[in-house]
Design a protein around this ligand. Structure first.
Ligand code: AMP
Length: 289
């Protein structure tokens, strides 16, 4: 496995792999890797022969400077995990390499009005800008994103379409802890009690599934039941519980087509998110967590 910090060197190595006829798979991350990230690499391997992972904590996507400065980091451990997962190239630039005199940003309007976009001003512009830059540096054939960050994944899919990036996008299901909590680098910030209680987020999605399967489609009623379940975990604050159309990410009053139920909850200052995708299939309902 090669570890490079310079854009030019990353390009040289990738060019050499491509010259050998290999397709390039790319998993962008902010490091502090967990099984969720590694699962994205596994999926990438099914679609490509040369695996690139970026590890870069992208300051411009943090609307809260404290969240940025406390973001967990352990590069050595990350490199060991990436190597064991079969990553060929880790690109881990510093801020100067990525943003020297950068004046250009990328935004995807409408899709970021609600959900995390509403409570984290500027966050998605930072995400789209860094992902555009990484796509131009790496020029992957395929790139894998996690469903856990569904607003990010859906908006990047739209950005790829709108800006004609020649990249195949794959959205991978959320990898969870045994009790159902979605894996996240930020889970490290939870103390034992908050960690135990945080399972209420997953339970609220399960509760929504029960209601949907029993025929409930009214968003308001589903959201109230979910709120009750979340409150059982005594969170510090519910940021949102929202039901939106999958493609537009705009709230729906009734669940009828492909939709997303998304939740964001604070435990202390740690903001946890989760979601499920609802699809209607052959007269039934399918919920993908
Ligand atoms: P991050 O390092 O948190 O920016 O995440 C990098 C990528 O990993 C993003 O595409 C995330 O959606 C994805 N990811 C994070 N957590 C999970 C998880 N629990 N399951 C699957 N993918 C995840």
């Amino acid at each position: 496995m090669n570890v490079v910090t310079a854009i030019g060197e990353a390009r040289d190595r990738i060019r050499a792999a491509r010259a050998e006829g290999k397709r390039i798979g790319f998993v962008p991350t902010m490091g502090y890797l967990h099984r969720g990230h590694l699962e994205l690499v596994e999926i990438s391997k099914r679609h490509s022969e040369y695996q690139v992972m970026s590890i870069f904590v992208n300051r411009i996507q943090f609307n809260d400077p404290k969240d940025f400065s406390s973001y967990p980091k352990d590069l050595q451990r990350d490199l060991d995990l990436a190597r064991a997962a079969g990553v060929d190239l880790v690109f881990t630039p510093d801020e100067g390499e990525m943003y020297r005199n950068n004046l250009t940003t990328v935004d995807v309007s409408l899709l970021t009005d609600h959900l995390c976009g509403a409570s984290r001003p500027g966050h998605f512009k930072g995400v789209f800008t860094v992902v555009s830059k990484l796509f131009n540096i790496i020029q992957p054939d395929v790139s894998i994103f996690g469903q856990k960050d569904i607003q990010q994944a859906v908006s990047i899919e739209k950005m790829v379409f709108d800006l004609n990036f020649p990249v195949k996008m794959i959205i991978a299901p959320t990898v969870r802890e045994q009790d159902g909590l979605a894996m996240s680098s930020r889970n490290k910030h939870l103390d034992a009690e908050k960690r135990r209680n945080s399972v209420c987020i997953y339970r609220s999605l399960k509760r929504a599934e029960e209601l949907l399967v029993s025929g409930e489609t009214d968003s308001g009623r589903i959201r109230s039941a979910m709120e009750k379940t979340v409150l059982e975990g005594s969170p510090d604050r519910i940021d949102y519980i929202s039901i939106v159309d999958y493609a537009s990410l705009q709230p729906v009053e009734r669940v009828s087509g492909k939709s997303v139920i998304a939740v964001a909850v604070f435990f202390g200052s740690t903001r946890l998110i989760d979601n499920m995708i609802i699809e209607f299939e052959g007269g039934g309902i399918k919920c993908v967590y």
